[in-house]
Design a protein around this ligand. Structure first.
Ligand code: MN3
Length: 220
């Protein structure tokens, strides 16, 4: 088995931009992910929910020293900041990442990542089962994640609200490779209470190219 050498990885500012933060454009149209995620859900999720996190984060950072820090640095020290910064900083980061992890095109997982998944979870099917199970069992609002943890191993975790694995308040920290938003706003219009159907659909639109790129940051 190949071991993952880097144990910690900070997020680059490329993903989220710098203060004042702006809503990133999507790399596909709002209807591009249909029938798995519908146009109206995507549009509201992006232009209302994500935009609100960006605005609230900028307002909360106005005039405090954190303006000069990257969002990655703020999240790594989030316990020193207000709950508003925790919720909206997490909201901006999580959604910026989530949009990039979705693709209207079929993408293929790399052999390297597949090998690592097989080593950790047994088979890809077992990984999928565990990831879906963790996403299903997140009570209320939150996220499920595939991360490289601080020991350099793949691990599936979930976080409440807009918390994420970069935050120093999270039980198991790590670098996120893949995530799914399981807030009701991510699926309710099309799937109502059937979160499980949304999770099954999600597996059809994962951008494995992006997941692989994030994974490769840990390889020598
Ligand atoms: Mn959301």
């Amino acid at each position: 088995m190949e071991t993952l050498t880097k144990t910690k990885h900070s997020e680059s500012t490329e993903l989220t931009g710098n203060y004042p933060f702006t809503l990133p454009n999507l790399e596909y149209s709002y209807d591009a992910l249909e029938p798995f995620i519908d146009r109206l859900t995507m549009e509201i999720h992006h232009t209302k929910h994500h935009a609100a996190y960006v605005n609230n984060l900028n307002n909360a950072l106005k005039g405090i020293d954190a303006e000069n820090n990257s969002l990655g640095e703020i999240l790594e020290h989030v316990s020193e900041y207000s709950p508003t910064i925790r919720n909206n900083g997490g909201g901006h980061y999580n959604h910026s990442l989530f949009w990039k992890l979705l693709s209207p095109y079929k993408t293929k997982i790399s052999d390297e990542l597949l090998n690592e998944i097989n080593t950790t979870f047994g088979t890809f099917e077992k990984f999928k089962e565990e990831f879906s199970d963790v996403a299903m069992k997140r009570f209320g609002s939150g996220w499920a994640w595939l991360i490289v943890n601080d020991s350099g191993k793949l691990q599936i975790i979930s976080t409440p609200n807009q918390d994420n694995p970069l935050m120093n308040v999270t039980a198991v920290k790590g670098y996120p490779l893949l995530c799914i938003d399981v807030w009701e706003h991510a699926y309710y219009l099309n799937y109502q209470n059937k979160r499980n159907d949304y999770i099954i659909a999600f597996f059809n639109i994962i951008n494995w190219k992006e997941v692989d790129e994030r994974f490769r940051k840990f390889k020598k």
